[in-house]
Design a protein around this ligand. Sequence first.
Ligand SMILES: [Zn+2]
Length: 376
Amino acid sequence: MALDKRQSQTDILQLLRGRVEMTRADIAAELGLSMPTVINNVNLMVQNGILEECGSEQSTGGRRARRIRLKTDAAYAVGINVAVHHVSMALTDLQGEILENVREEMIFSDTLDWYRELGSRLRNFVDRCGIPGDKILGVGISFPGIIDEDGNEVIRSHIFGLSHMSTDRFRRFIPWPLTIANDANCGCRSELAPGRDSYLYVSLSTSVGGSIMVNGRIFIGDTRQAGEIGHMILVPGGRRCYCGKKGCADPYLSSMLLRNTLQMPELTRKEQMSLFFEKLEAGDPDCSRVWDTYLNDLAVLLTNLRMALDMNIIIGGEVGRYMEPHLEELINKMTGYDLFQRDIDYVLACRPRNAFTAGAANLALDAFIGTLLEQA
Ligand SMILES: [Zn+2]
């Protein structure tokens, strides 16, 4: 019962994030909820200052129906993405719009000093944004690993060589309610939009991950590893993966392959990515050759995933940001494998935004909604 109510509030907020103003009846119709459920949940969120009433419209019965909307500046959330060599942070309003963001070069190490430093940089970031601490409703962390259901433990992180790590290490230095989730799941959440609630999100960065959204919910799987597409075997007996196996998709589709073509270690990773695509566009032969092989491998993986899931595929991560102008080339390669579908229209590039941090902030907002229910 409690979970149903929490889900209803999350659904209502998700809906209002995409629409400017709606009446209670519109919300009930759109979400397939009963009017009493919508009225109770909306009233609770109006009392808590998250939603506000804003004008009214004539209904067919002659009664005036009040429209409601998100009070976007009522509170803020912070999303943090922890990567191997850096941490990025974003401040969002209730609409999930990123207002400020920062990237901090910090090489991850599971030490007290690292967590203390993260807490200190986070407080500095919030101060610089000029937001009083009590307006921050929570912090969401996107972490490359498998996280337990309650967010209390990182069950395993291959890339950091961690297992069964308590997330209290983060809480010790972060003075706001904290929620933690797998990074690809956070990226996946950031692509939710009206009319788009079922898709596979493929994250192509230093490591390769994925996440499956079904009817607006992340599909987790029996052992919480659904969407770990970086460790599907692409080439039996092929290159060694950091997970210990040979031939996983990860060592063929890591963004590192593209960056390493340049052999310019003095540049930051972000600069290397941008330069790679600049040189590719200018027809550089080395970049073109590496990119062609990369797209061939990606085409095989995506065609197989489409066969298994039969849903849209959104390409995100570091590479996803540069994908839009290259989609046609990728689709041409996929056409050679997918004889079931003449026109491939299911592959999309991600929206150009900081997906992991935005999704993590979104997670903090949903967690906050859960606490409203507990207070009710
Ligand atoms: Zn692997």
